[in-house]
Design a binder for this molecule. Structure first.
Ligand code: PHE
Length: 337
């Protein structure tokens, strides 16, 4: 028995370990080389039969080799995937684990649905900034400095050295931006977030609007009625629509558009506050002052504009009773859309 013999055992062991394909192989190699009655231990057991001067050398070498083989076994074990027979068996008849699906937020769905109708009517989608100049949000839209909407009470103002800046209170300033950049004919819809200092079950400090603007040489109030009727019948099938005189500084004449209450059908309830009608959007013919502010000659052009609240539409369509549900991210609510 010589050092060569031990070296030979080591080489073979290392080769076999490197080629082991699973933990079961490793277990067999371990028994083969390190088992009680096997190769290395057998050598160690027989050291006492060796000449006295050779014993320490062979003993040390055998022990060192044993440790090396153990290390190699551990290293290889870490590289291998867990052995198959230790995995729980797979029951192929089990129903699959529930994978939660992502969904489009109800407000985005509603907004997309609204926009789709106007796209089919030939409108183009544009967007504008949520942080806006007060001059675009108010002045250019003919909302004069003493108008109550400009009160600190309703508007979020932002400090800026460039001039008065705020979080837009409606999507109407995008009308101004587009008209300043483009000549008619224009047919645009503008979806986006708007901000007002308001918070209760029907008001959120941030909500969504869709604005519409059409400008051309010959546009009449009948066009406005036609387009909005078509739109409302697309969203609320077969619903009764009414146009009611109203006022906005940037349209003249102005209307508010109502539909028959979707909750009570017109007999009067809490949602329609007993009137039998639900106010759905604001609209009107573009005020000549607004045309002047963007450099259009009011003698050349006519147009109509409208604006609607997406949350309100969504609430009425689905019978939701609290606007805050849209922004709490409760999956039990969102999962239903
Ligand atoms: N901007 C108005 C609002 O937020 C809505 C509106 C838009 C009315 C366009 C008329 C024309 O209340």
């Amino acid at each position: 028995m010589t050092e060569d013999e031990i070296e030979e055992i080591k080489k073979k062991a290392i080769f076999e370990i490197a080629n082991a394909l699973n933990r079961k192989d490793l277990e067999e190699i371990k028994i083969e080389y390190l088992g009680r009655k096997k190769r290395l231990n057998e050598i160690i057991r027989r050291i006492k039969d060796l000449p006295i001067d050779k014993r320490p050398l062979i003993g040390q070498l055998a022990n060192k080799t044993k440790r090396e083989i153990e290390e190699q076994l551990k290293r290889r074990e870490k590289e291998l995937p867990p052995s198959r027979y230790k995995l729980p068996s797979i029951d192929v008849t089990m129903p699959p684990a529930h994978l939660p699906y992502g969904r489009i937020h109800p407000i985005t769905q509603m907004s997309n649905q609204i926009i789709d109708v106007f796209i089919r009517l030939g409108f183009e989608i544009v967007e504008g900034p949520e942080v806006e100049y007060s001059s675009y949000n108010f002045d250019a839209l003919n909302i004069l400095p003493d108008h109550p909407a400009r009160d600190m009470h309703d508007t979020f103002y932002i400090e800026d050295s460039e001039g008065e800046v705020l979080l837009r209170t409606h999507t109407s300033p995008v009308q101004i931006r587009i008209m300043k950049e483009h000549k008619p004919p224009l047919r645009i819809v503008v979806p986006g977030k708007v901000y007002r200092r308001d918070a209760d079950i029907s008001h959120s400090p941030m909500f969504h609007q869709v604005e519409g603007l059409l400008v051309d040489n010959e546009v009449s109030f009948a066009d406005l009625k036609g387009v909005l009727n078509a739109f409302l019948h697309e969203i609320f099938k077969g619903v009764e629509v009414r146009f009611r005189p109203s006022f906005f500084p940037f349209t003249e004449p102005s209307v508010e558009v109502d539909i028959r209450c979707t909750v009570c059908g017109g007999t009067g309830c809490r949602v329609c506050k007993g009137t039998g009608w639900l106010e759905i959007l604001g609209a009107g013919m573009v005020d000549p002052e607004v045309f002047k502010n963007v450099g259009y000659d009011p003698e050349d052009y006519l147009g109509f504009a409208f604006g609607l609240g997406v949350e309100r539409l969504c609430i009425l369509k689905h019978g939701i009773d609290d606007i805050r549900l849209f922004f709490e991210n409760d999956l039990r609510f969102l999962d239903q859309f």
